[in-house]
Every structure is written in C-alpha cells, then in structure tokens.
Design a binder for this molecule. Structure first.
Ligand code: S3P
Length: 433
C-alpha cells in the first residue's frame, strides 16, 4: 500500500493545471455513450474512478478510444443501443459510477450487476434504490442496502416526482438518467442546490431539462446528439493547492482552467470568509461550464462558523478545509455535514483522528467538527483508503513541525493520478513509497 512521507516545506509556488473534473468526466462517458454520433472529450480525468465508468460502457458494447492523453472519442450507440455485458460491472471505489449507473441500468432491456471495492461495498445505496423502486425498477442489494446491486431489465419504468430528503447530486442524477427511459415526466426537488453538471450536459447533448426553482424534470422520448466536451480542471482537486497556498509562507499559486460552476464554489466562499487571498482571473465559459484561473497567495486565516448553505457546495472539500481550520487563528465550527460520514471514508472521524494525531484539538460531532487552530506537529495518520484524506494531510506539511507519514494513499489515483508530481513541483517535500 502506498505511503506518502512528507517533510515540512516552506512555500508553494507555480502556475499549473490540476486533473480534469471527475464529475464532468463520468458524465461525458455516460452521455457520450447514449448519444447518436461521435463525441470527443478533451481534458478527461484519467483517474481510476472515471476509467471504471469508461470500462463499464466498453463492456456494454460502446466503442471508446483514447487517442491521446486526456482525450477520449466515444461512438455513441443511442439511448437504446447498449448491449448486455458478459460480466458484472466492477466500479472499484467510485460512488458516482454506481449511483448514476443504477439509474441508467434500471431503464435497460437487460439485467446487470454492479459491484465495487470494500469501501464502495459499504456505502448506502437505498437513497437511490428506494426512489427507483417507486418508478418500477427491480433492484436487489444486500440486507443493509449496500452493493452488489442486481438490476433487472425490461421493467417499463414510469416517471414519478421525488422530493429528495438529502441534498445529493448523485441521487438527482440517478433519477434524471432513469427518467430518460421512464414513461412521462420524472422530476425531483432538492432541499439545497447541488452540482448541476448532469442538467448542463444533458442540455449540451440537446436534451430538454426543465428547471423551475428547486424542481428539475425530464421527459422520456428525446434523444441525445453527440457533441464536443472540454472538461475543466476539478475544483475539488484544486482545493488542496488552494488550502496549501493559503497556509504556506510566501506562497503564490495559479491553478489554470478550473471549473467554477456556482454549485461547486463553496471552497472559495469558505476560504475567503476565513481570510484567504483568492483571485479569479480570466473568467470564461467553456462548453456550458464557467471556468477561471485561480490565484491564491498566503494569508493569515481565521476560524469561522461555516455557513450550512455552503456545505453541499463544498461537500468534497472538507478534508482540505479541516487542514485550513487547523492552521487558522481561533475556532472553526462545521455543522450540517453528516453526509461526510458516508463518503469514501467517514471523513469526520478519519480527519479528526488524523488532526488529533498531529497535535490539533479537533472534536468530531455527529454532523461536523469543532477545530481549534494550533500548531501541527509530527506524526502518523491513516487515510483509510480515502484519496481526499491523503491529499489533505499532504498539504498539512506546509505548516507541520516535523515529518508526517500518511498511510494507505493508493486511492489518490482514483481522482488525481499526478497529485504527488504536481505537489513536488510546487515545493512540497514528499516521498511516495
Ligand atoms: C458527485 C456528487 C457528490 C460528491 C461526489 C461526486 C457527483 O456526492 O461527493 O464526489 O458527481 O454527482 P453526493 O451527491 O452523494 O453528495
């Protein structure tokens, strides 16, 4: 199992582009496969999660080529052109692949079985299988509602309205994808805005999506027309360097071509409220998604009460934000974030354990954490196979007193395969072993 051994380093510098957006990359494969015609994707994230989605569609008969780095060409088969896979579809660590695919597979004419690794096999799926069942889907899971998921084909789905109890883009997207196959209208209301890449990309493929306040709906019977997709860099990957540059001394980092979709910018809003020095440069729109270069310089951060309305907009960034809070002056309080307990790891417990091991006063609560800013010491932390925990503690080295050893970092490859290289180039003293 890979370990990161990070030594204290002074500063973070450079202008570079982080990995492609994971959410948009997944959706580009899914919608490209279901479209009519050839879709080309540039800036594609070649991470294990998105490659699991890609392999799943290849297993269902879709021709997908990778002619160059971060470039993908998909020969769409149309909404009804997928073929039964000869084996189970293994989605590895990827919750997004599983939750979106279970919706899509529920509308197919053939049976499928979705499996995942140990972490994914423990993650809750009733949040998608329950509403899908009301549409007529037939899905078998374990007694705990976890994968493997066996999905029966040929069920003749019916559109429903679903009032989502949790703010989850995966649940929303799952139901909208099932809705492409369900008779009549399928609609959801969300309790708070979540990332809207599915809605934006469906429209980019020429499919009508209606949005009325917090209600999003689709009708069946349309078609997707192939298009070109330029995937921006992932703000969730940029977030590590945004925090790193904020807490390091004399830091000046520019992250190029980052997606700044308003449903994803909680990390910018929260860091700014903590006193971070963040400038958005060269703001532009590319393929229906807003993009900018993000310049971040050192700042003295202060602890804050994190506004709950920012939680869904920064849902993947809390491991990094907790490190920022550990380096801030005073107390940071997070509430309303119990979803963090069911991510790739229990991110509240695992981050609190790691921060405490590094000498920080971090109190986990059922739905958040209370962190007193302090001095990061030397120590050993465990990422529990969670990519974002490993990358967050790497940034902690910019303010630590001594070596930090981070165990179980292999899964950084799921979302950000060249993280260590970029971190080293920017000034972090780390060994990968
Ligand atoms: C994602 C949605 C979020 C996020 C995940 C990617 C997506 O999950 O945590 O990394 O691409 O739709 P939830 O919808 O479960 O919050």
């Amino acid at each position: 199992m890979t370990q990161f051994i990070v030594q204290p380093s002074q500063t973070l510098q450079g202008t570079f582009r982080v990995a492609g957006d994971k959410s948009i990359s997944h959706r580009s494969i899914m919608l490209g496969a279901l479209a009519e015609g050839t879709t080309t994707v540039t800036g594609f994230l070649e991470g294990e999660d998105t490659l699991a989605t890609l392999a799943a569609f290849q297993a269902m008969g879709v021709q997908i080529q990778r002619p160059a780095k971060q470039e993908v060409i998909i020969e769409g088969v149309g909404l009804h052109g997928l073929k039964p896979p000869s084996q189970t579809l293994d989605l590895g660590n990827s919750g997004t692949s599983m939750r979106l695919l279970v919706g899509l597979m529920s509308g197919q004419a053939f049976d499928t079985e979705l499996v995942g690794d140990e972490s994914l096999s423990g993650r809750p799926m009733r949040r998608v299988t329950d509403p899908l069942a009301t549409m007529g889907a037939v899905i078998e899971s374990t007694e705990k509602g976890t994968p493997p998921l066996k999905i029966k084909g040929q069920q003749g789905l019916k559109g429903v309205h679903y009032d989502m109890p949790i703010a989850s883009a995966q649940v929303k997207s799952c139901l909208l994808l099932a809705g492409l196959y369900a008779e009549g209208e399928t609609s959801v209301t969300e309790p708070a805005p979540t990332r809207d890449h599915t809605e934006r990309m469906l429209r980019g493929f020429g499919y009508t999506v209606n949005v009325d306040g917090n209600k999003i709906s689709v009708q069946n019977g349309g078609k997707l027309t192939a298009t070109q997709i330029d995937v921006p860099s992932d703000i969730s990957s940029a977030a590590f360097f945004m925090v790193g540059a904020s807490i390091a001394q004399n830091a000046d980092v520019t992250l190029q071509h980052v997606g700044i979709n308003p449903t994803r910018i909680g990390v910018i809003n929260i860091l700014r409220e903590m006193g971070a020095d963040i400038t958005l440069l060269n703001e532009r729109e590319i393929g229906g998604e807003p993009v900018a270069d993000i310049r971040v310089r050192s700042a003295q951060l202060k602890g804050i009460q994190i506004p709950e309305d920012q939680v869904p907009l920064a849902i993947d960034e809390f491991p990094a934000l907790f490190v920022a809070a550990a380096c801030a002056e005073g107390e940071t309080v997070l509430t309303g974030a119990k979803e963090l307990r069911v991510k790739e790891s229990d991110r509240i417990q695992v981050m609190a354990d790691g921060l405490i091991a590094l000498g920080i006063d971090a109190q986990p609560t059922p739905d958040g954490m209370v962190i007193q800013g302090g001095q990061l010491q030397t120590g050993e932390v465990h990422s529990h196979g969670d990519h974002r925990i490993a990358m967050a503690f790497t940034m902690a080295s910019l303010r630590a007193k001594g070596t930090i050893t981070i165990h179980d970092c292999t899964n950084v490859a799921t979302s950000f395969p060249n993280f260590a290289q970029l971190a080293q180039d920017a000034g972090i003293d780390m060994i990968v072993q």
